[in-house]
Design a protein around this ligand. Structure first.
Ligand code: ADE
Length: 239
């Protein structure tokens, strides 16, 4: 039988940051670690200071026109991204920013099909706008609040994408039944013991009748969505 061999990982993610140490613990734990070790994803973190200017490897400067905070200069970011782009083609150069499109499951699903992604993390007050004009293909926010930098958002996005790669989760079903995958929140789950603190597990889950249980979960998912996130039911693309 012919051997089918996949060349390299499904996805490569290059992350550019001024605080690369932020990523170590999260990328080296749990499912992200396992997916990297299994060769499903290659994640390379680049220290922007390596591309900094002059003796002090400067990466930021004060804003023209005045104002508080420092702005990331364009040259180090251009050097880093141009070097990466000379090595391979990228599907997207994503800038993590509070003024980007809010990340949702649909965006994560789409990005999980990519081959090469660059995630650019802002820090301090922001980046020189010319970086966004000339290099960035997509702006993503993880919510309407401001963090100190794009590092945590880049980790959130990476986690949301990597868990969708084939083989990343032990049980291939579990990503499909996630909240949001069918445009609904997930049903409630129970494990042992069958009764705890006077709260029994619903009888239906003890019957072993898989069709009935699936029906109950669908009903509960719909009920939960109606109660907690009714706006999700209005999405015309909901499957
Ligand atoms: N950088 C700072 N805050 C952010 C947010 N909410 N989403 C993405 N990037 C950010």
């Amino acid at each position: 039988m012919a051997e089918t061999r996949r060349e390299g990982p499904f996805l490569r993610i290059d992350i550019i940051s001024v605080v690369p140490q932020t990523f170590e613990s999260v990328l080296n734990a749990s499912i992200l670690k396992r997916a990297r070790e299994a060769g499903l994803v290659e994640i390379v973190v680049h220290n922007l200071h390596d591309y900094g200017l002059g003796r002090y490897k400067q990466v930021d400067d004060t804003p023209y026109g005045g104002g508080a905070g420092m702005i990331l200069r364009p040259e180090p970011i251009f050097s880093c991204i141009e070097k990466l782009r000379a090595e391979r083609e990228y599907d997207e150069v994503i800038f993590l920013t509070p003024d980007g499109d809010i990340l949702d499951q649909k965006a994560a699903n789409r990005l999980s099909m990519a081959r090469n992604l660059i995630l650019l993390c802002g820090h301090y007050k922001g980046v020189d706008e010319r970086v966004r004009t000339a290099l960035v293909t997509r702006d993503i926010s993880i919510g309407d609040y401001v963090l100190t930098g794009g590092e945590l958002p880049a980790l959130v996005l990476t986690d949301a994408i990597v868990r969708l790669l084939p083989g990343a989760l032990g049980d291939s079903e579990s990503a499909l039944s996630d909240s949001f995958q069918a445009g609904l929140l997930d049903a409630p789950y129970y494990t042992k013991p069958a009764e705890f603190g006077g709260m029994p597990v619903p009888d239906i889950l003890m019957t072993g009748d898989h069709a009935k249980i699936a029906e109950w979960r669908d009903t509960e998912a719909l009920r939960r969505t109606r109660e907690r996130r009714p706006g999700l039911l209005d999405d015309p693309e909901r499957s």
